[in-house]
Design a protein around this ligand. Structure first.
Ligand SMILES: Cc1cc2nc3c(=O)[nH]c(=O)nc-3n(C[C@H](O)[C@H](O)[C@H](O)COP(=O)(O)O)c2cc1C
Length: 354
């Protein structure tokens, strides 16, 4: 029996953050399950010159401090994104700050980037790399709440972590750090990308990690086209679409639906996938996209790929479904690709438009 099925009632009875801490504790001790099935070759792809055994990744926020990279890759993810990491350690918002909306298969969080800071994350990443197991790890960068110079925080993150990162993601879309999402405006975002990219190139003159920007599903049409134009003009390596939403769809049933914070999980699927389609269309498919938001099974993963995602990520569905979900998504995705006559994931990217 899947050990998660045994632990699920206990985890579900705990406060969500306590349950998460217990999960991390278990994983750190090597007590988590390991994916048994070999990878299906139809799921393999190469992006940015890097090999992905499958396109399903762990989204940012689960492993903020890069403490469980090996165990999460061992569950069968094709890549893991750690963070968001802030330069200095910080406590984040007061608890409780994570809420389950079980009936909606959703979560609302207002964590506010609690974390151990760059130095600790650099140590963890270096230790993992020394272990030599391989696997791709992206690093998601944030800013400290009390920092007045956002660009300086991201530059500091890049200096410390670029040499250890499979890719870098600048998170300008968390709703829980005041002023962060304003960095998605055209002028500021352009400055930010230019500064961060300069820092990256200085930190890694040879084979620098790709630089991505993670955006919010709540962007207006004009902001979407501004970001798409910028991404193409600056030759950005990719966009992660999307972070959590401030919207509260009428369909929400959970008693915590009125809590402040970002909503993730099933109710985010439609809006995040619509944004993904928009960004694919607006960039003419020239900027690789990572699709996240409401993936709870192979149908949603496949829909994101057909809407334009080269890779996909999830977090919230793991809370409800446990790690068995990863194998179910991969098997189902491979079946759907074959049923539609594709021989690889890359062939299906953007195939569902129109
Ligand atoms: C508890 C929690 C914490 C998160 N923390 C971060 C974070 O630190 N940085 C970030 O970029 N996204 C963070 N996210 C957003 C996820 O990475 C993802 O973009 C979003 O949840 C949509 O995917 P999902 O519906 O599969 O959860 C967090 C999400 C949750 C539920």
């Amino acid at each position: 029996m899947d050990p998660f099925r045994l632990a699920a009632p206990l985890l579900g009875a705990l406060d969500p953050e306590t349950a998460h801490d217990a999960t991390l504790w278990t994983l750190r001790r090597g007590l988590g399950p390991r994916a048994a099935a070999p990878e299906d070759p139809i799921l393999a792809s190469v992006l940015w010159g890097r090999a992905f055994a499958n396109p399903l990744g762990l989204a940012a926020g689960f492993d903020k401090n890069a403490a469980v990279i090996g165990p999460m890759l061992g569950l069968g993810f094709g890549f893991v994104e750690v963070g968001s990491v802030t330069p200095r350690p910080q406590a984040g918002n007061p608890r409780p700050r994570v809420f389950r909306l079980k009936r909606d298969r959703a979560v609302i969080n207002r964590m506010g980037f609690p974390g151990a800071g760059l130095a600790a994350v650099a140590r963890n990443l270096a230790a993992w790399r020394e272990g030599g197991q391989g696997g791709l790890v992206g690093v998601n960068l944030g800013k400290n709440k009390d920092s007045s110079d956002a660009a300086a925080d991201y530059v500091e993150g890049v200096r410390a972590l670029a040499p250890l990162a499979g890719y870098l993601a600048i998170n300008v879309s968390s709703p829980n750090t005041p002023g962060l999402r304003a960095l998605q405006g055209r002028g500021v975002l352009e400055d930010l990308i230019v500064q961060v990219r300069g820092a990256r190139d200085r930190a890694c003159p040879r084979d620098p990690p790709p630089l991505l920007v993670k955006i919010a599903p709540d962007l207006e049409a004009a902001e979407r086209s501004d970001i798409a134009e910028l991404a193409v003009a600056l030759n950005l390596d990719g966009l992660i679409v999307s972070n959590t939403t401030l919207a509260r769809p009428d369909s929400l049933q959970g008693r915590h639906r009125g809590e402040a914070g970002g909503l993730s999980g099933a109710p985010l699927f439609d809006s995040s996938t619509a944004l993904l389609s928009d960004m694919y269309r607006l960039t003419g498919g020239r900027v690789p996209l990572i699709g996240a938001g409401g993936i709870g099974g192979p149908d949603q993963a496949y829909a994101k790929i057909r809407a334009g995602a080269s890779l996909v990520q999830l977090y919230t569905a793991l809370v409800y479904e446990g790690p068995g979900l990863i194998a179910r998504i991969k098997t189902g995705l491979a079946q759907r690709l074959r049923a539609d006559g594709f021989t690889s994931v890359s062939e299906a990217v953007g195939a569902g438009r129109g």
